[in-house]
Design a protein around this ligand. Structure first.
Ligand SMILES: Cc1ncc(COP(=O)(O)O)c(C=O)c1O
Length: 369
């Protein structure tokens, strides 16, 4: 089905950047620089500066950014790792793939980890915590970092949805041992395919991830230092992403402006709960997704579809309710409630003010009929 207002608009996104993106692709192909070459190093340097950390290592996805971080940090059998169920399945999958045990805690009103519950979930076996900065909003990192310090725990940030967001003036990804970003096309900085990056201030961890992403090879000497993986970020992707990175700050401003439009248009509907607005002290949110809660979510989604508006539900089924994953011993009432109520409205830099006004009008019409 083709929508009047799509949830994302990849063709328009490309059209707006065509000159710059095409030039970057042509340059990479003409030079034959395809794997671990200059564009990748340049992009890694630019991401490190953007996040204000020392090192960035490009990998093939946000999932691998998380997985290689856990592996590099020595998380494995017998360890427990605390995270949330209200996230993309990859956050939990990487814990299981390392041989560790995921401990899932509930989230709060802003969809992020409930810090009270994290403290209660810590045991002598807890080795790490993965806070997920969902929808472009950070977790309360002050509380989390002080807990981590008190209990000697590692923090691996799942910042897949939060590039450019900050808390107390500090960027997502710069608090933990590592920060992990995804360049999946629909992300705030999206590639032309899969991609991800790990950022860190720890030189040893950066070196280990460089080894793990490239078969454990030390390229300079040819020595294999460990069994690794093939998880490099391609040069072509890095070249495209580097072009887009130059626009990221203006895209974030536009996203925050659009969030304000939505907030103003929907705030007075008692049946709808909007995310926190942009001006809120300690948090600088980037609205990677604009997620509202609606009492009659499924009927609203049907109505918006009839109006030609594409929306997204993340996630219909709470992760711990997927039988095959063996996580159904967790009791997470807020996560379960959220799964019945959330819906993401279209929000991306290319959407026009008029289109957002139309979405607002339709949501209002549905509730005022
Ligand atoms: C919160 C979260 N964590 C991890 C990932 C995994 O990233 P990728 O799809 O790049 O592997 C995603 C991306 O969908 C995500 O949204």
């Amino acid at each position: 089905m083709s929508y009047k207002i799509p949830f994302v608009n990849y063709p328009l996104h490309y059209q707006r950047l065509k000159g710059e993106v095409d030039a970057a692709i042509t340059e990479a192909l003409s030079r034959g620089d395809l794997i671990l070459r200059d564009q990748l190093r340049q992009f890694e340097g630019n991401i490190a500066s953007f996040v204000r950390v020392k090192y960035a290592v490009g990998v093939n996805s946000g999932t691998d950014a998380l997985y290689l971080s856990l592996r590099a940090a020595g998380v494995g059998h017998g360890d427990e790792v605390i995270t949330v169920a209200h996230t993309f399945v990859a956050t939990v999958a990487v814990i299981v793939h390392c041989g560790a045990k995921p401990i899932l805690v509930d989230v709060g009103e802003d969809f992020n980890m409930n810090m009270e519950l994290v403290e209660e979930a810590i045991t002598p076996r807890t080795k790490a915590i993965i806070p997920v900065h969902l929808n472009g909003r950070l977790c309360d990192m002050e509380r989390l970092m002080s807990m981590a310090q008190k209990h000697h725990l590692l923090i691996i940030e799942d910042a897949a949805q939060a590039l450019g967001a900050s808390f107390d003036g500090r960027e997502a990804g710069s608090f933990g041992l590592t920060g992990c970003f995804s360049f999946y096309p629909a992300k705030i900085l999206g590639g032309a395919g899969d991609g991800g990056i790990v950022v860190t201030n720890d030189e040893e961890i950066a070196e280990r991830i460089c080894l793990l992403r490239d078969h454990g090879q030390q390229r300079a000497t040819g020595e294999i230092l460990c069994f690794g993986f093939n998880s490099r970020l391609d040069n072509l992707q890095a070249a495209i992403l580097d072009v887009k990175l130059r626009h990221l700050s203006s895209w974030i401003e536009r996203r925050r402006e659009l969030a304000t439009f939505y907030e103003r248009g929907l705030a007075e509907l008692p049946q709808v709960k909007t995310p926190p607005p942009p001006e809120q002290g300690r948090y600088f949110d980037v609205y990677t997704n604009y997620v509202i809660r609606a009492e009659e979510r499924d009927r609203l989604v049907g109505y918006l579809k009839e109006c030609g508006i594409e929306v997204l539900i993340s996630w219909h089924i709470p992760m711990h309710h997927h039988k095959a994953l063996g996580l159904n011993h967790f009791h997470l009432p807020e996560t379960e409630k959220i799964s019945q109520e959330v819906v993401s409205l279209p929000l991306y830099p290319e959407i026009s003010d008029e289109q957002v006004e139309f979405v607002i009008e339709c949501v209002r019409n549905f509730h005022m009929r």
